[in-house]
Design a protein around this ligand. Structure first.
Ligand code: BEZ
Length: 212
């Protein structure tokens, strides 16, 4: 039975065969952040570009204390051959584990198969997992649409900032831009918490420079 994982749920732990050997999710993530993302199939064009893109962003994920791990329902031998193609065609070296999930164990744990889209392959799911192993963000794309991994880095920036400060990030926010003070913070408290000051457009819409 496929799970329906929602925000705030504990990310299901698992141990699986990957291109980097047997990996236990929680051990792999340690006390950092994680991005678990699924691919419909090996040797498919969009997936090839996505895995290449993620390999090139390794330093960006590392700066955020985040590790990535991919999953595809094909077996390990297939992954190994495909990684050579990814490296050749995308001009990179895949530097993170790709889970072999031919029996759909991980796909079912995370509800990555959407039967009305396809009952044999996963959709393009993204789960951002916090250091507390709780699911912080989910995104689902169809097989035909490659993901924007800059957006996933941006969401991690927001998640990490908003975990630390009583702020939220506005539409299209990027690192370094002004943020919003959450409505639960009174103006009095905001004066203490945000010494750089704040601008009130409405009582519920107050901007302050990004803390830190
Ligand atoms: C792809 O990765 O290119 C792809 C996979 C499944 C369906 C359509 C495209």
């Amino acid at each position: 039975m496929a799970a329906n994982i929602r925000l705030g749920d504990e990310a299901p732990d698992f141990t699986a065969e990957t291109t980097e050997g047997k990996v236990n999710l929680y051990e792999y993530l340690g006390d950092g952040w994680g991005v678990l993302f699924s691919h419909p199939r090996d040797y498919t064009p969009v997936c090839t570009t996505e895995l290449g893109a993620v390999a090139k962003l390794k330093d960006e994920f590392a700066t955020r204390n985040a590790k990535v791990i991919a999953v595809s329902v094909d077996p390990l031998d297939s992954h190994r051959g495909w990684v050579n193609d990814i490296n050749d065609t995308q001009g990179t070296t895949v530097n993170f584990p790709i889970i072999a999930d031919p029996d759909h164990t991980v796909a079912d744990l995370y509800g990555m198969i959407h039967p009305n889209a396809s009952d044999t392959t996963t959709v393009r799911s993204v789960f951002v997992i916090g250091p507390d192993h709780k699911v912080k963000l989910t995104i689902t794309y169809p097989a035909s649409t490659g993901r924007n991994f800059a957006e996933i880095l941006r969401t991690i920036d927001s998640l990490q900032l908003t975990a630390k400060h009583k702020v939220a990030t506005p539409s299209d926010w990027k690192q370094g831009e002004d943020v919003i003070i959450v409505p639960a913070v009174s103006d009095e408290e905001a004066k203490d918490r945000f010494p750089k000051g704040f601008t009130t457009l409405r009582p519920y819409l107050r901007y302050t420079p990004q803390p830190d």
